[in-house]
Design a protein around this ligand. Structure first.
Ligand SMILES: [Zn+2]
Length: 136
């Protein structure tokens, strides 16, 4: 059984906008950061019952190559799609609050496993972040 993520997040922290902006700025300095393409953002919004255009960006870093063996360029959509198959509601991975107004930081517990949307091959995401939510 693959452990995609916990539903109970004891390691979550809510931070103010300034701290969140600092965290994201630091994360974005990783040269291996992948920007999730617009098409994948819309896919995530669909999975997570979010309004179209809600996600302005969704960045992700991988513990390993960001291109799957099948040739697909992995993105946050692969993490969120995997969570859905594990019956974790995708919204749980993006925002813990209905309005998404809080900045939630989930402390990384060694990375989050996902599976390629195209072929199912597993990968390990090291961190990912979007408006008001970061796993790092
Ligand atoms: Zn693949």
């Amino acid at each position: 059984m693959i452990h995609f993520g916990r539903v109970v997040h004891r390691s979550d922290a809510v931070v103010d906008d300034r701290r969140f902006a600092q965290l994201v700025k630091g994360l974005a300095q990783d040269p291996n950061t992948v920007d999730t393409p617009d098409g994948d953002l819309r896919f995530i919004e669909g999975l997570a019952d979010l309004p179209i255009g809600f996600l302005r960006s969704f960045h992700i870093t991988f513990d390993g190559p960001s291109t799957c063996g099948c040739g697909r360029h992995l993105s946050a959509a692969d993490v969120v799609g995997s969570a859905r198959r594990a019956e974790v509601h995708p919204r749980e991975l993006i925002t813990r609050t209905p309005a998404g107004v809080q900045n939630v930081v989930e402390l990384s517990d060694g990375g989050r496993r996902g599976a390629c949307l195209a072929c199912g091959r597993e990968f390990l995401a090291a961190s990912y972040w979007t408006n008001g939510y970061a796993y790092a």
